[in-house]
Design a protein around this ligand. Structure first.
Ligand code: FDA
Ligand code: NAD
Length: 435
């Protein structure tokens, strides 16, 4: 007979937000048996960013249990035993296929039902697949995506099986840049393909992108811009052999990695909660339009106080902090105590090869590039400010020290006025360090 279980609190999704929510529930006080985390993945919450970086390193790759949350933010590593010690039920390998918010019931693919008083939706994103667009041959073997640890295992196995072979990376965003680097580190012959005039157009200016593109080219990564993959060839075993591009050219391939964006996993709740900007709309406590139902991480469209706007953010810092905020709000409400408003400063980062950048704030307005952005320098260090209405709103820094990264965070938060852009360019990092 299918099981039925009841919990006071259910977190749906055992990813980054799920793990940080569990830690915050324990900090705030939770009784054994009150909290369950339900996850489709077979492992306890972990720091997802490791999957596109150290997990795929040719030497000493990171493996679980090494990167369970909350090590990514310098916190305690929550091993599966931690959850049982705290009386938290970790319900793994369990996909919820139906959510009925009116009856407060979740139903799993195996037919188990879970009822709750408070629900925290932390389902994250799924990858957009080329087969979603009907691209011919997109179902061939070795056309791979990366979201969960199982995907990373498949990718790792393909890298081992195709040593010295050819890899094509489709997409010029975060996955595209991080995967091209790690595949190159594994000695594959790598070509990146993306439709835009420069990589990471969601964030990078043409000048910033020019640095990374030259650095990657110097490392031997080939870059094909302004076109897309329109089809794939496969051999008699169904293994991919080539990528056909819209411009008519064909790239040989033993492995294809596709990173063409994510889609927030909100489908279970369609028609049951208010949505905005592709996510589940929440208030500043991450409570949705349905009382007692909260949404955090990639799926939440929340009030971003600093810009007097509502936004959705697909980055790890926000997934951690939104989860903590929601749990504080849940427990605060029970205790009749007000919780400090969520005042989030956007923070994104990436690492590849020997490079490491951080960005804080908003990338709108005019830009000023500063520092040494010569890709052949021994230790390039450069940055960019975004200036809107005479104020610095965003700051980017490649190669910064922890103090320098804190300085650009401060400048993005303080939004100081700027007199002359020329002066700002000359001052460069000094401008941020003075704040
Ligand atoms: P997350 O995806 O972490 O967790 C969602 C969980 O819900 C998963 O375990 C999923 O299986 C589960 N789930 C979904 N639907 C379910 C259902 N119906 N039933 C049961 N379980 C379900 N960001 C950054 O700032 N810096 C970085 O370097 C990186 N690097 C990076 C690498 C890779 C490979 C990816 C995919 C993403 C990043 N990110 C990142 C983005 C960051 O990891 C992301 O924003 C957070 O993981 C979002 O946290 P969530 O908890 O919202 O979703
Ligand atoms: P993305 O949105 O960063 O980039 C997608 C890229 O694919 C864009 O350049 C886009 O124009 C391009 N593209 C779209 N359609 C294409 C097509 N048909 N052919 C070729 N290129 C096409 O998304 P992503 O890189 O796939 O990342 C997925 C998710 O994982 C995002 O939420 C991202 O934030 C997250 N992530 C973040 C980090 C980080 O913050 N360091 C690292 C990895 C992943």
């Amino acid at each position: 007979m299918a099981t039925e279980k009841h919990f006071k609190y259910v977190v749906l999704g055992g990813g980054v937000s799920g793990g940080y929510a569990a830690r915050e529930f324990v900090k705030q006080g939770v009784q054994p048996g009150e909290l369950a985390i339900i996850s489709k993945e077979a492992v306890a919450p972990y720091e997802r960013p490791a999957l596109s970086k150290a997990y795929l390193f040719p030497q000493n790759p990171a493996r679980l249990p090494g990167f369970h949350v909350c090590v990514g933010s310098g916190g305690e590593r929550l091993l599966p035993e931690w959850y049982s010690e705290k009386g938290i039920e970790l319900i793994l390998s369990t996909e919820i296929v139906k959510a009925d918010l009116a009856s407060k019931t979740l139903t799993s693919a195996a037919g188990a039902t879970f009822t709750y008083e408070i629900l925290l939706i932390a389902t994250g994103s799924s990858v957009i697949k080329l087969s979603d667009f009907g691209t011919p041959g997109a179902d061939s073997n070795n056309i791979l995506y990366l979201r969960e640890v199982d995907d990373a295992d498949k990718l790792y196995a393909a890298i081992q099986a195709k040593k010295g072979g050819k890899a094509v990376v489709v997409g010029g965003g975060y996955i595209g840049l991080e995967l091209s680097a790690v595949l190159k580190m594994n000695n594959l012959d790598v070509t990146m393909v993306f439709p835009e005039p420069w990589c990471m157009p969601r964030l990078f200016t043409a000048e910033i992108a020019a640095f990374y593109e030259s650095y990657y080219t110097n490392k031997g990564v080939k870059i094909v811009k302004g076109t897309v993959a329109v089809g794939f060839d496969a051999d008699a075993n169904g293994d991919v052999t080539a990528v056909k591009l819209k411009d008519g050219s064909v790239l040989e391939a033993d492995i294809v990695v596709v990173g063409v964006g994510g889609r927030p996993l909100t489908t279970l709740f369609k028609g049951q909660v208010a949505e905005e900007k592709g996510g589940i709309k929440t208030d500043a406590s991450f409570e949705t339009s349905v009382p007692g139902v909260y949404a955090v991480g990639d799926v939440a469209t929340f009030p971003m106080k600093i810009y007097n706007d509502v936004r959705r953010v697909e980055h790890v810092d926000h997934s951690r902090k939104s989860a903590e905020q929601a749990v504080k709000a849940i427990k605060g409400k029970e205790a009749g105590e007000a919780v400090a408003e969520y005042d989030y400063l956007p923070y994104f980062y990436s690492r590849s090869f020997d490079l490491s950048w951080q960005f804080y704030g908003d990338n709108v307005g005019e830009t000023v590039l500063f520092g040494d952005s010569d890709p052949s320098s021994a230790k390039p260090k450069f940055g960019s400010y975004w200036i809107n209405d005479g104020k610095v709103l965003g700051a980017f820094l490649e190669g910064g020290s922890p103090d320098e990264n804190s300085a650009i965070a401060k400048v993005a938060k303080a939004q100081p006025a700027v007199g002359s852009l020329e002066e700002l360019k000359k001052e460069g990092l000094q401008f941020a360090s003075k704040i």
